[in-house]
Design a protein around this ligand. Structure first.
Ligand code: B12
Ligand code: SF4
Length: 441
């Protein structure tokens, strides 16, 4: 390993560029998308490096705010700037437009010319099927600053290591243990630091994560393997991060926890009680599904009082057979009870959404239409969550029957349901979901 700029007696801090790449996909929407892993790692090095951020998905960048059609909704969500492009050969049969979402490429080239060179570039990787955006960033950095060390981390690198190694980065951080990164950089990071949110010039939405891991073992999910046992993060660290987000003017906060409501008495409830005690006024959201099983009357009341505005519940299917085969994370009764508790606590049913998987390989036993009608009968919105097969999960491995799982583009959530069920059937189910939502009071 070459000596990094962290080593030696130099008083000059190393220059580190943080990049959240553009997205290449059929669809993308800013549903409180933030490069939280990247910012967390940078937070550990706060005060030890000179950071710059280029977030292609930053919707508060002037290029975006001057476009009326890209304005945020009342909870800080909205559309990304996008350009239609040629899809890559492996998904060319999918009859949907393929696009590049995010700031134009030339803006990054200009940025590198004006702000470079950098000693290191840290690049966020997210969905496995978004690797083309990562590749674009690497090509542009190599062209502009040849001596820069490029470091990748995040979900794609963790789940598709051997594929990611072909993109040409210098170092890959797989999984969640940051020790190999500190060794590579020859520095020690401080894990208790909040994420590096001050990298943004303007910020109206942020992210928090109070815990890691999940106690369930759903057969379609990578979290149990990647994160292991459920573990709460230190409350003080989360409160310090909340404080930082509020100081930066954030109004909407999305939780990125996998099991936000597990052991709520030890984790979420103390956090929310502190929010009330400090009289903090922000809107909380749970885009990453909540487990309805854990929503008690008391918890629902506390969540509403502390500022929760939208509720996304993971339901997946009303079929008992499907639930049992995939890990029994939630039942129909539990969903119904949770909705009653939330509504009684003051939530508008229009702000409660049940996710259901579309295009899961056991669709034959999922009874999706009945499941959609069941959620609708509770007066809440339904949202079809297109299935993305994930390598090394039992269901993802089963999908090798239909697609080449070694090509991450084929994990694409728009592509897979169409490959499995056909274009017409996917459209029929989506139309049905839209109709059911429209019929809600
Ligand atoms: C939040 C989240 C979302 C958010 C959006 C997140 C985003 N910014 O894009 C929402 C709710 C919108 C979402 C949607 C979906 N998601 Co999602 N999501 C997540 C979740 C919970 C966290 C992702 C994240 O930000 N991780 C980063 C932070 C939170 O992790 P961390 O632990 O602090 O990070 C550590 C390390 O990973 C590392 N690290 C992380 N990043 C970096 C970067 C660098 C440079 C370095 C050095 C280190 C590093 O260091 C950190 C400190 O230890 C993951 C599960 C998980 N626990 O990771 C699933 C996950 C990524 N999602 C998944 C899925 C399936 C989906 C959906 C397809 C579900 C659906 N059918 O609708 C959609 C797809 C959306 C789309 N447009 O295509 C899958 C992955 C699928 C895939 N093929 O890649 C995951 C892994 C969950 C699973 N089921 O296994 N998701
Ligand atoms: S409950 Fe959610 S995070 Fe936990 S294993 Fe199941 S799908 Fe994954």
């Amino acid at each position: 390993m070459e000596a990094s700029k962290f080593s030696g007696e130099s008083v000059v801090e190393p220059r580190i560029l943080l990049v959240n790449p553009p997205i290449y996909d059929f669809a993308a929407y800013d549903f409180w998308l933030k490069p939280y892993g990247l910012l967390s790692v940078a937070g550990c090095l706060r005060g030890k490096a000179d950071f710059k951020l280029f977030d292609y998905l930053d919707r508060l960048a002037p290029f975006v705010t001057e476009r009326k059609e890209l304005q945020s909704d009342k909870w800080g969500r909205g559309r990304f700037y996008c350009e239609q492009i040629q899809s890559s050969a492996c998904v060319s049969e999918i009859p949907r437009y393929f696009r590049r979402f995010g700031l134009p490429r030339r803006m990054f080239e200009d940025f590198l010319r004006q702000q470079g060179p950098f000693d290191f570039v840290f690049i966020q990787t997210m969905m496995t099927y978004w690797y083309q955006g990562v590749s674009e960033v690497i090509v542009d950095i190599r062209k502009a600053c040849s001596g820069t060390k490029i470091i990748l981390g995040g979900n794609y690198v963790t789940l598709c290591g051997s594929h990611a190694r072909r993109l040409g980065a210098d170092f890959l951080l797989q999984g969640t243990n940051l020790e190999p990164l500190w060794q590579y950089l020859n520095v020690t990071g401080e894990l208790r630091q909040p994420a590096f949110w001050e990298a943004y010039e303007k910020l109206n939405a942020g992210v928090l994560k109070l815990s890691d891991g999940c106690p369930f073992n759903c057969t379609y999910c990578s979290v149990p393997k990647v994160y292991g046992r459920f573990k709460a993060r230190p409350l003080e660290r989360s409160l310090a991060e909340l404080d930082l987000l509020c100081r930066l003017g954030v109004e909407n906060i999305a939780f990125y926890d996998d099991a936000l409501l597990f052991e709520a008495e030890e984790v979420l409830m103390p956090f929310l009680k502190e929010v009330l005690k400090r009289d903090i006024k922000v809107n909380f959201h749970s885009p990453n599904a909540l487990n309805a099983r854990f929503i008690t009357e008391e918890l629902a009341k506390l969540m509403l009082r502390a500022g929760f505005k939208t509720f996304y519940l993971g339901f997946e299917s009303a079929s008992l057979q499907w639930q049992r085969r995939t890990g029994s994370k939630v039942s129909c009764d539990e969903l119904e009870r949770a909705v009653e508790h939330l509504a009684a606590a003051g939530a508008d049913r229009q702000d409660i959404t049940a996710y259901q998987i579309l295009g899961h390989p056991y669709s034959d036993i999922q009874q999706l239409e009945d499941s959609m009608r069941f959620a609708n009968s509770l007066g809440i919105r339904g949202m079809l969550a297109d299935f993305s097969p994930i390598p090394e999960t039992p269901d993802g491995e089963y999908c090798r029957k239909w697609v080449d799982m070694d090509e991450p583009m084929l994990h694409n959530k728009t592509a897979f349901p169409i490959i499995l069920l056909g274009f017409d059937e996917v459209n029929r189910l989506k139309d049905l979901q839209r109709r059911l939502n429209r019929e809600l009071p």
